[in-house]
Write a protein that binds this ligand. Structure first.
Ligand code: FES
Ligand SMILES: [Fe+2]
Length: 388
């Protein structure tokens, strides 16, 4: 594994950012929805968030809402959150449990089975009469797949499968040692961020800002220590990108605020892994952090051009969680503080990006080379309109 002291790979040069309009234009945002968000696999959450049949949560991309639900056969189904009758939003709660694992519209009580979305009741509308057949009005499905205990959605019915899109299993093989499938959800926090979704991702893709706004993170994994770059050693796909490992400071035993270890590390880690947090990204919207005794990740969901929701998760080994006195709050507090510092920075970037002086965009210095990779991904899918 190659070590680079801070900085960037050889040959990296100064590059432009995306033009300012990519962060402020409604028109570009609509194109991103079509070309990126409604045509890619999105990490919706963890399987153990939906423990029992009928348990559901919603995931929102702009005006589109998906219901993700454990169906009565103990599988995961996903549907557009739109009633087939007159189009009412079926469910407005962010999460909960549907009685009898069926979804009932609040307007005229059309009721749908969550297994395949079949319309099973339409009060006062006799089935098979007046040219009405319930079979013609199932919920519109959203594709759902699972990998590693993670639940994934795709709004495009014809997209390639999840494994093909992510390049599995090769792209993720390095992280098998964390036993992702078996990990349990310790905590989830959702954040509202007043910034374009790409600002949130670009912020996550560089650590140039770490020593300036993240005192806790920088004490634990000083940005000046050697980075263990992985991107040239491990297979990537169009969307799955490795970011390498950051070492803990010598006095730290854990990736948290005080450096004190509170949990056994994951079985199967090397001595080197035990002093490192590895990062990986899945475009367009996921960051993973693989710490020795927990896995942190978040997914970024655009609600509007300058309004974004971030769902952050902390996963732990089930044997640790089963111990009396288990406490993951050290890891949670560490990333919660770091996240909030990031969201404030993102808010400021969004404000500045609205300036007429930022229309041409800004500059990416060499250590922001991962941001540049992400910029190329965005430009490939959403090229600039001719007006730029
Ligand atoms: S709009 Fe849903 S039952 Fe009428
Ligand atoms: Fe940050």
């Amino acid at each position: 594994m190659r070590l680079i002291e801070g900085g960037s790979p050889p040959g990296t040069t100064v590059e432009p950012t995306l033009p300012g309009a990519y962060y402020t234009s409604e028109g570009i945002f609509r194109r991103e929805l079509e070309r990126i968000w409604f045509d890619t696999w999105l990490l919706a959450g963890r399987s153990d968030e939906l423990a029992a049949p009928g348990d559901f949560f919603l995931r929102t991309v702009a005006d589109e809402s998906a219901i993700v639900v454990r169906n009565r056969e103990d599988g995961i189904s996903a549907f557009y959150n739109v009633c087939r009758h007159r189009g009412a939003r079926l469910c407005s709660e962010a999460s909960g449990t549907f009685k009898s694992a069926a979804v009932r519209c609040p307007y005229h009580s059309w009721t749908y089975d969550t297994l395949r979305g079949a319309l099973i009741a339409a009060p006062n509308v006799p089935d098979g009469e007046h040219g009405f057949s319930r079979a013609d009005f199932p919920l519109h499905p959203v594709r759902a797949e699972a990998w590693g205990g993670f639940l994934w959605l795709n709004f495009n019915a014809d997209a390639p499968g999840l494994a093909a899109a992510l390049g599995l299993p090769e792209t993720a093989a390095f992280y098998d040692r964390y036993g992702l499938d078996a990990l349990k959800l310790g905590k989830r926090i959702s954040y509202d961020v007043q910034a374009n979704w790409k600002i949130v991702m670009e912020n996550a893709l560089e650590c140039l800002h770490c020593s300036h706004i993240h005192p806790e993170l920088s004490r634990c994994t000083p940005p000046t220590l050697p980075r263990h770059w992985l991107h040239e050693d491990l297979p990537e796909s169009f969307v799955f990108k490795h970011s390498g490992g950051m070492e803990m400071a010598p006095e730290f035993e854990a990736v948290n605020i005080d450096g004190r270890s509170r949990r056994a590390r994951f079985p199967g880690l090397t001595e080197g892994d035990a002093r490192t947090i590895y990062y990986a990204f899945i475009y367009p919207h996921v960051l993973f952090g693989f710490a020795p005794d927990y896995v942190f990740f978040f997914s970024v969901w655009p609600l509007g051009v300058a309004e974004t929701q971030v769902h952050a998760y902390w996963l732990f080994h089930p044997a640790e969680m089963a111990k009396p006195g288990f406490d993951g709050s050290d890891a949670i507090a560490f990333w919660d503080a770091t996240n909030r510092q990031d969201w404030e920075a993102c808010r400021l970037v969004q404000q500045g990006n609205r300036s007429q002086m930022y229309r041409p965009g800004g500059v990416l210095v060499p250590s922001e080379w991962r941001v540049n990779k992400f910029r190329r991904y965005v430009l490939e899918l959403v090229p600039p309109p001719a007006a730029f």
